[in-house]
Design a protein around this ligand. Structure first.
Ligand code: CA
Length: 246
């Protein structure tokens, strides 16, 4: 199964970076389209419906965040932001606008390719998990959505309703950084001054119940000052019978 069934759109105004990315992704078998402005990117997106977008935030005509908001009105296609801006508010703004992931320039080729694969896989997993009997597995962590059971290394973990909802929400967006505000909105229906604190308390309990030492949680990573990221699932969703999706 090659990557050539995936069409990627690069929106980047620095010609050197755009052509480097294009060559890298083509060499890895992807179909690639490139645009050097926000408006050119939006029209290519509408006409080609790519499977994933790699987006620079600093574009000559409009801000990349406008691109994200416009695309998100009609499409859930994964958007990986590639930017020289590395401050936390920039990341939070891009993620809250609907970006799936964030890579800071300069970046390593292997890291970029891994993030692209993870975002494509998470998108397919999200679709597959809509069905009954769906399960999520990442290493030793398993979630049975139908029975609302969570286990780590075969041992059942007893979570409160809120803790389960948090774990479940993160798993449905596995591989993607979810901001504190996005999680709070999904769990409590809104954000207030106390919601980040409540989230931290719940997360500390989840980690304790998962039996992982502080700083060494392989399932839920804390992206400091930004949000939490659930580890990528094992090669696509599985149904109750354990069959892989592909
Ligand atoms: Ca730029």
């Amino acid at each position: 199964m090659g990557n050539n069934r995936f069409k990627l759109l690069i929106v980047e105004d620095e010609a050197g970076i755009a052509s480097f990315l294009e060559a890298l992704l083509k060499a890895n078998g992807y179909q690639v389209l490139t645009a050097c402005s926000c408006s050119a990117g939006l029209s290519l997106f509408a006409s080609h419906m790519p499977d994933l977008v790699i987006l620079d935030l600093g574009l000559p005509d409009r801000d990349g965040a406008d691109f994200i908001r416009t695309v998100r009105r009609e499409s859930a296609a994964p958007i990986v932001v590639l930017s020289a801006r590395s401050t936390e508010p920039d990341k939070v703004q891009a993620l809250d606008a609907g970006a799936n992931d964030y890579i800071t320039k300069p970046f390593g080729n292997a890291e970029l390719l891994a993030r692209v694969r993870a975002a494509l896989r998470a998108a397919r997993q999200g679709e597959a998990q809509a069905g009954p009997g769906a399960r999520f597995c990442a290493g030793g962590l398993a979630i049975d959505y139908e029975r609302r059971l969570v286990s780590v290394d075969g041992r059942e973990v007893k979570l409160t309703q809120t803790e389960y909802n948090i774990v479940c929400f993160l798993s449905l967006h596995a591989g993607r950084v979810m901001t504190y505000a996005a999680i709070a909105r999904a769990i409590w229906g809104g954000t207030d001054a106390g919601s980040t604190k409540k989230l931290q308390v719940n997360m500390a309990n989840i980690r304790k119940k998962f039996g992982v030492r502080p700083g060494g949680n392989p399932y839920i990573r804390n992206e400091l000052g930004v949000g939490y990221r659930m580890a990528d699932g094992d090669g696509g969703a599985k149904n109750a019978a354990g069959n892989k999706e592909d």
